[in-house]
Design a protein around this ligand. Sequence first.
Ligand code: PBG
Length: 324
Amino acid sequence: MFYPITRLRRLRLNQNIRDLIKETEITLNDLIYPMFIIPGKSKSEEIESMPGIFRHSIDNALKEISEIVELGIKAILLFGIPEKKDNIATGAYSKKGIIQNAVKSIKKEFKDLIVITDLCLCEYTDHGHCGVIHDGYVDNDETLELLSLTALSHAEAGADIIAPSDMMDGRVAKIREVLDDNEFLNIIIMSYSAKYASAFYGPFRDAAKSAPSFGDRKSYQMNPPNIREAIREIEQDIEEGADIIMVKPALCYLDVISAVREEFNHPLAAYSVSGEYSMVKAASKMGWIDEQKIVLEMLTSIKRAGADIIITYFAKQIAKSMSK
Ligand code: PBG
């Protein structure tokens, strides 16, 4: 049935009708707020390229967490920046490491908050790569050993979800094995399954001081032109026991999100990364865009593409706008 009998504009007549037929909605249940934790006391450093996002010492992080919990956010993703870095990422798996201490303090105060730990070595290595280096190459299997040690230390500290973001082959199986062997049967693995070697991580690397000191991450993170390979990565992670799968970045990879949604039934997360945040903030500062509307449109498109969960630095801002 076509015009004039069908008039699609009837369904756009006013806000209530538009809301009635709305197909996609962002809710607070969907959002994960990433946070950066640094050593020390009473410290909060705003990240220059990410206005509104801070590196907090644990005590100050607790204050921001209390604010976001009040706003209704239910999950955070933690990144740690250690006091010292070395070539075997000792800070990552030290029992008194920055993340281990942070998780303990946070879970003590906020029992129901879902605490997710990013599992990677790049914030802890002095060369900034995501694993152990031999002859300029990240050694996959040796890195797995350190990742599983790190995963165990996060579990012992009380993390609810462990999120490997290193892109080594076989890490999910290895982490599941070490968790199960130590009776952490209910700790969830949210795997950064299809993680691309993206220029959109630039501001994050400033934030975490984790830019590689030589070369790039292209021998472990995925090549942006590929989508079939993303399906293979995800197949592998699911086979190895991932509970939640992820596509990262989000905005330039909506086709990947959509293809993954079609292919798999696992809960799917999308990471709207630092560069996506910074671009919006910069354009907004120039007065060129309506920030709040752009943010909602971006996040809605990620959900419309098929993501169930969105990791975003805008989580707090969105939660605030919802509470108004
Ligand atoms: C650690 C990690 C990175 C991000 C999340 N985990 C950096 C990278 O891979 O270089 C990027 C997040 C963002 O840009 O917001 N490997």
